[in-house]
Design a protein around this ligand. Structure first.
Ligand SMILES: *Cc1c(COP(=O)(O)O)cnc(C)c1O
Length: 409
């Protein structure tokens, strides 16, 4: 029945029979709001008062001088409420849920960022909220669990399988099947069954709409290239959409190269050669899987990029040659992060720093009369444990031990 939602031969909606009605309803509401300028205006208004839209476009003058090529501009999605572009998606879906008249939202979360954003939205709209999180991740991401619970969400640790993100997704689908009438599943990125890829991309397109206007105002012409990190692909598609019709603007997606593409410990789907076509989690794309279709273990220093699949919309754009893909390794990411902090006083999230790596590699090849934009999907504050650990900062370690000692007393 549901034929829409294909991008080339990628995408689709591979859902259990029992969810057909729920998806039909969701599709109907989404098709309605997509045509409704008043809905979009309400969304923009909400994001300008509750989040920080329009987010600024910052000219990174010191970095530009350091490399001596094109001017580097940074789109500041870190300045959103909850510190990343995720707010654009969850607040948009929140407005949609209100329109559907549902009162309960559920979500899956890996590192916890999407869980925090969803719990925030639920508190603001007065929805009941349940977050599914692998037990392993609950242990690793205590600060995010703390905030979700404080905002009134119920966090359910999932003890199945590897007790991480993919098990949390399965559990969230199980919940949805039993509570379809009252509940909306707030999917976190441009993946999963139709209409989620299109819907999430639509809400995130606000990034590109703003960025295009801002660069024309600041620089007087379009950028030569736009860089963004790619986990599921929502921040990348968000900014890319602003330049999709401008053939002279190269669009570059940067995936997690982890310990290197040859190591097998990475999450490079389109930049590497380890992924193959498959259907999982309700959609068709390039997955990191073995020849039996078992999903592989991925690795990245950035939890938000550590995912087996990638948006079917991006896979199509990759196949058509409109979006180019590269990978950044964990150690390259730490170097780019350090340089950006020292030169600009800006702390990118580990995820976002992947985009910076590739931009820094290429910017020297472009002339001073050109510009590039890096989409900074989020702020790095959340990564303090990982970053401090990676730098082996001894005084940070002392601080953590002293804190732990205090709690023992
Ligand atoms: C979640 C997250 C990502 C990855 O998600 P996409 O859907 O690929 O954008 C990237 N950056 C940050 C800061 C995130 O929190």
């Amino acid at each position: 029945m549901i034929k829409k939602g294909y991008y080339g031969h990628w995408g689709g909606a591979f859902i259990p029979e029992i969810l057909y009605e729920t998806f039909r309803e969701l599709n109907t509401f989404f098709e309605d709001v997509k045509k409704d300028q008043a809905f979009w205006n309400e969304y923009v208004q909400l994001m300008s008062t509750y989040s920080c839209r329009p987010t600024p476009l910052t000219y990174a003058e010191n970095l530009s001088n350091r490399f001596g090529g094109a001017r580097i501009y940074i789109k500041r999605e870190d300045l959103n409420h909850t510190g990343a572009h995720k707010a654009n998606n969850v607040m948009g879906q929140g407005l949609l849920v209100k329109r559907m008249g549902k009162k309960r939202v559920i979500a899956e979360t890996g590192a916890g960022q999407h869980g925090v954003a969803t719990a925030t939205m639920a508190a603001k709209f007065g929805f009941d909220c349940t977050i599914y999180m692998g037990e392993e991740d609950v242990q690793r991401q205590r600060p995010n669990v703390f905030w979700m619970e404080k905002m009134g969400a119920t966090v359910i640790p999932v003890t199945d399988g590897s007790r991480t993100l993919k098990d949390a997704i399965n559990e969230a689908f199980r919940d949805w099947v039993s509570n379809m009438d009252s509940t909306h599943y707030v999917l976190g990125t441009v993946c999963g069954p139709h209409p989620f890829p299109e819907m999430v991309a639509w809400f995130q397109s606000i990034i590109g709409i703003e960025a295009r206007e801002q660069i024309l105002k600041a620089f007087g012409k379009l950028p030569a290239r736009v860089y963004a990190c790619v986990g599921g692909g929502s921040n990348a598609l968000g900014i890319f959409q602003g330049f999709m019709q401008d053939d002279q603007v190269a669009l570059v997606g940067v995936e997690a190269g982890g310990k290197g593409l040859a190591s097998g410990e990475h999450a490079a789907r389109l930049a590497g050669s380890d992924a193959s076509p498959g259907v999982a989690q309700g959609y068709k794309t390039m997955f990191l899987q073995n020849s039996d279709g078992q999903m592989l273990d991925t690795h990245s220093v950035a939890a938000g990029l550590d995912y087996i699949g990638v948006s079917p919309i991006l896979t199509d754009l990759w196949e058509k040659g409109r979006v180019r893909f590269a990978a950044a390794t964990d150690s390259e990411v730490m170097d780019a992060l350090e340089l950006t902090m020292k030169k600009e006083g800006i702390i990118p999230a580990l995820e976002s720093a992947h985009g910076f790596v590739q931009a820094f590699k290429e910017v020297q090849n472009l002339g001073k009369d050109e510009a590039i934009i890096i989409n900074m999907s989020g702020r790095g504050d959340k990564d303090i444990f990982t970053i401090a650990n990676a730098y082996g900062d001894p005084s940070w370690k002392e601080f953590i031990i002293a804190r732990a000692e205090q709690y023992k007393k």
